[in-house]
Design a protein around this ligand. Structure first.
Ligand code: KIV
Ligand code: ZN
Length: 525
């Protein structure tokens, strides 16, 4: 990544804001957002369609699953840089390098904390030791790769002069991107912007690197802080689809991208994101992790373009610009959501897939089309969300430990609801029966017995994805064990079946998460 010389107006062809997407790393660390390798590859392909510049695919040393996720993403995409996170020690860096080895554009992201609080309590290192670690790590990585990003964790709470010394050392050792994270979401826009102005003024060779912003949303300021950073020379923003991430989340990709596009008059720079892929990306992620987008979420929420007030409706009908600052079609929101049904042919189906941001080349089209036709036989109208549910289903079940083989439930006004479940548990089949307060309760108890799983169901919700009594029902649940919470999701035209699928999906995620966390190293982000 190079910085080009600006023209007379201060603009250059390379003067744009790089989008560094960390949905698969920082985003995946958020409660309930665990993804398996196939799901990560599906998201990565969508990120490539979005035309993001960098994909942070994981933290390779943290688990076998993370390593495999980075390795597979590195091979699945060709345009974006694919990188892995690493601490400053050599085993971390070597593992990250191995994971991105096959990428067309490989990179590595090395970080160490720089705030006194982190040095004293977490790292138990002094400032000189941290500086030496930066030199060692960055120069070692530079011998293998060109694209080296260096991050000062908890930068916004670090001593500014020391931060400048660390950045200078990282650049001298070979970093091409320098990131100043607001790890705890503590900064406010004016202050965060000023920090970049200070560093770009103070650090030797500051103009030879790309400065990057990485914000968390604890005070709801992640997007505002990222935009303030851009106003102060930052040309890379680290963000996630739907703003998912640790605690209150990371900078939301769609918000920052659309703010730049909508207010180019003010910022003078834009990103290179294909904004028409924003809505498909948002829906795809939401389907995969089983977390609904809040209706009032800017850009991608269901209400983002809904005008309720009479005066607003009147204005929009007369001229959209009266109350709309963006066009829904620029975000890829389909104008007509209900068209497909049993008479739709393969061509129409493939076109709709493309509109939804799904590349048919990565699907077993014959089988997905057959499933679509089967669904059409059950339902009069198949909606976009039905289709997305169909195409994410395969990735969801890839490599899973538990699988639902059969389910029988019984209930009447005179008997206690009961369920018998057969579950594939690893290589074996287990059958168990239970009674419960309702059919779903009986079914969950039977699944727990068959899986010998002792978990707590913290949340359970059913929604009809579409309209009508034949609609696909979507069940979302939150399941916890030993302080770890995961989300599960299932879709089926039978609600009890959707509930069972969601619960089994959650058990699989729990298994994946427990495996990953068992190996997650200390001192991670
Ligand atoms: O929030 C943070 O500081 C991070 C770093 C590892 C970049 O995620
Ligand atoms: Zn972070």
């Amino acid at each position: 990544m190079t910085v080009s010389t600006p023209d007379a107006n201060g603009n250059s062809r390379d003067d744009y804001v790089r989008i560094f997407d960390t949905t698969l790393r920082d985003g995946e660390q958020s409660p309930g957002a665990t993804m398996n390798v196939e799901e990560k590859v599906t998201i990565a392909r969508q990120l490539e369609l979005l035309n993001v510049d960098v994909i942070e695919a994981g933290f390779a040393i943290s688990s076998e699953g993370d390593f495999e996720g980075v390795r597979r993403v590195a091979q699945a995409v060709t345009k974006p840089v694919v990188l892995s996170l690493a601490r400053t020690n050599q085993p971390d860096i070597e593992r990250a390098l191995a994971a991105v080895e096959k990428a067309v554009r490989p990179g590595i992201h090395i970080f160490i904390a720089t705030s006194d609080i982190h040095l004293k309590y977490k790292l138990q290192m002094n400032r000189e030791e941290v500086l030496a670690a930066v030199t060692r790590a960055v120069s070692f990585a530079k011998r293998h790769l060109d694209h080296i990003e260096f991050s000062c964790e908890d930068a916004s709470r670090s001593d500014w002069a020391y931060l400048a010394a660390v950045c200078e050392e990282a650049i001298r050792s070979g970093a091409s991107v320098v990131n100043i994270p607001d790890t705890t979401g503590h900064a406010v826009p004016e202050e965060y912007g000023r920090l970049y102005a200070y560093l770009r003024e103070r650090v030797a060779n500051a103009d030879k690197v790309i400065w990057s912003a990485h914000c968390h949303n604890d005070l709801g300021l992640a997007v505002a802080n990222s935009l303030a950073a851009i106003r102060n020379g930052v040309r890379q923003v680290e963000c996630t689809v739907n703003g998912i991430g640790e605690r209150a989340g990371n900078t939301s990709m769609e918000e920052v991208v659309m703010a730049l596009k909508t207010r180019k008059d003010l910022f003078g720079v834009d990103s290179q994101v294909n904004t028409r892929q924003i809505y498909p990306a948002s829906r795809l992620l939401s389907q995969i992790i089983g977390q609904a987008v809040p209706p009032n979420k800017p850009i991608v929420g269901d209400n983002a373009f809904a005008h309720e007030a009479g005066i607003h409706q009147d204005g929009v009908l007369k001229h959209k610009l009266t109350y709309e600052i963006m066009k829904p079609e620029d975000i890829g929101i389909p104008s007509n959501k209900l068209v497909l049904g049993k008479h739709s042919g393969r061509h129409a189906f493939v076109e709709r897939l493309k509109e939804l941001g799904v590349d048919p080349a990565y699907l077993d089209l014959n089988s997905v089309f057959a499933e679509f036709k089967a669904l059409c036989d059950k339902k009069k109208v198949v909606y976009d969300d039905d289709i997305l549910a169909l195409v994410t289903e395969d990735a969801r079940h890839a490599g899973e430990y538990y699988a639902l083989t059969s389910l029988e439930v019984g209930s009447s006004s005179k008997s206690t609801p009961s369920a018998t479940v057969t579950l594939k548990v690893g290589e074996q089949e287990q059958t168990a029966s239970a009674i419960g307060d309702g059919m779903v309760d009986a079914c969950y108890k039977a699944i727990c017995k068959a899986a010998t799983a002792d978990v707590t169901l913290n949340r359970y919700s059913v929604k009809s994805i579409t309209r009508g009594t034949d609609a696909l029902g979507e069940v979302n649940c939150l399941v916890a064990k030993d302080g770890m919470t995961v989300a599960g999701q299932g879709a089926h035209s039978d609600i009890v079946m959707a509930s069972a699928l969601a619960f089994v999906n959650a058990l699989n995620r729990l298994q994946l998460r427990r495996h990953a966390c068992g190996q997650r190293p200390a001192g991670g982000p």
